[in-house]
Each structure stands twice: as C-alpha cells, then as structure tokens.
Design a protein around this ligand. Sequence first.
Ligand code: NDP
Length: 247
Amino acid sequence: MRHAPTTAAPKVVLITGASSGIGEATARRLAAAGHHVVLGARRAERLAALAKEIEAGGGNALAHTLDVTDPLSTRSFVDAAHNRYGRVDVLVNNAGVMPLSRLDALRTEEWDRMIDVNLRGVLHGIAAVLPIMTAQGAGHIVNIASVSGLRVDPTAAVYSATKHAVRALSEGLRQESQDLRVTVISPGLTRSELTDTIGHQDTKDAVTGQMSIAIPAAAIGEAIHYAITQPAEVDVNELVIRPTAQG
Ligand code: NDP
C-alpha cells in the first residue's frame, strides 16, 4: 500500500522500542500519515526490515540501533535523527519490559531490568531530546506508561512502580515547560511480544491467559497519532486505551 502524504507538515518522530508491538505499529501508522519516523531498538535487523518496508511504501524512515539503558546509545540515536532531519519534533518513549513475578520470588535482576528500561530509559530519552526541543522552542514527548501506572496488582509491583514513576515524571516535565507538549499513553492489554519478557513460568501462564481479550497494537498507534496531530497549543496529557472487556 502506498502511503498518502499528510496534509500538515511532516513531523520528525523518534520511537524507542520500534522493533515490535506498539512501537512498530506506531511507526507504521505515523509513516502512513507522512511523518518521518526514526526507529530505535536493540534488534537491528528488525528495524532495518521495517524501515525498508516503510520506504518501499513511499514513507520515510531511519533505523538506528538503540539500547535505552545506555545514555550514550540514547544520545547517539537522537543525534542521528537530528543530523539527518535538522530537528526532533516528537519522542515516543515506548521501549519497555515486563518480567512479572511476585516480590517474594526475589527475582531482583528482573526488578533492576524493569527500572533500567522502563524508568531510566525514559529519563535517558528525555535528557537526550530536552536541549534540542528547548532550543527549538517546541517539542512533544510521548511516554508510554500502562494501566499498571494507574493501579497495582499482584506480580506487577515493580512493573507498576516503574509505570507510576513514568506518569509522575511526565507530570513534572509538563509543569516545567510552557513550550513542550507531554503526553502519557496508558495501554491496557495489547497484543505484542511483551509477555515474552516474563521469565517466571506460572506468572507467564496466567498473563498469557488474560491476553485473549487484548486489542491490536495499532489501537495504541492510533491514539499516539491523535495526540501528536492536535494544534500546537493543545496538549493531550493522558490517554487510557484498553480492551472493552478488560476489568
Ligand atoms: P514488545 O515486547 O512487543 O515491545 C517492546 C519493545 O521495547 C521492543 O521493540 C524491544 O526491542 C524494546 N526494548 C526492550 N528493551 C530495550 C532496550 N534496552 N533498549 C531499546 N529498546 C528496548 O511490547 P509492547 O509493544 O507491548 O511494549 C511497548 C510499551 O508498551 C512498553 O513500555 C510496555 O510496558 C507498554 N505497555 C504494553 C502493554 C501491553 O499489554 N502490551 C500494556 C501497557 C503498557 P528490542 O528487544 O529489539 O530492543
């Protein structure tokens, strides 16, 4: 399918975790609307294939390997986008992991990984784009939290803590700037590869069972498209998108 160009000016949109799930679906949606998408994740071959597909469809994409736990890698990702396009309009902080388990399972390395990717990773992204967006006098940071940022459930204590933290820092960032737009997107159960990151087998089985009602990742991409295409003076601060059947 050829991509129809957007009627508004194309935006330069950086997406972390673009190699699968919500990030990939968001890249497809925004590229189809004519925006320039910059794809970051660790699986370079997946990014390259997606960029190739977007370009073949008449879209514009740049793939760049990214590990959000590493501030230098994040800086290099943002610099690659800035060097190519001369500006950074939107950063979608989407990369995340969800190795759920009860706290008494003491899977402390997984706790650290969630903090490193889901929280520190978002901070690294903000740190890398903030000077550029401040100099531009405009920019939009979209942070992917979760309904787990609004509630807490057994096995999700640490994951929820990271997502509550993402909502908190998003609100602080929003209040600190008159020029930047800040959006928190909180998905409910969404089809993606996220449950692959659960190492605790009983927890994985339980969560996999719940995923039968999950909505497509494209539903979240649509919400991100809505948020970034509002007029400059309109800041969509929070969107919660979950399956109709989710309790
Ligand atoms: P996926 O597992 O499909 O995608 C996660 C993405 O994050 C992948 O592209 C992965 O790429 C990337 N990633 C993981 N670690 C790193 C890292 N260190 N550096 C860079 N990229 C990394 O899951 P989703 O699409 O579901 O997840 C996207 C976001 O949505 C996450 O923040 C998740 O918490 C959130 N979310 C998802 C929900 C769901 O039900 N699916 C519900 C609520 C929120 P790679 O491995 O190639 O690096």
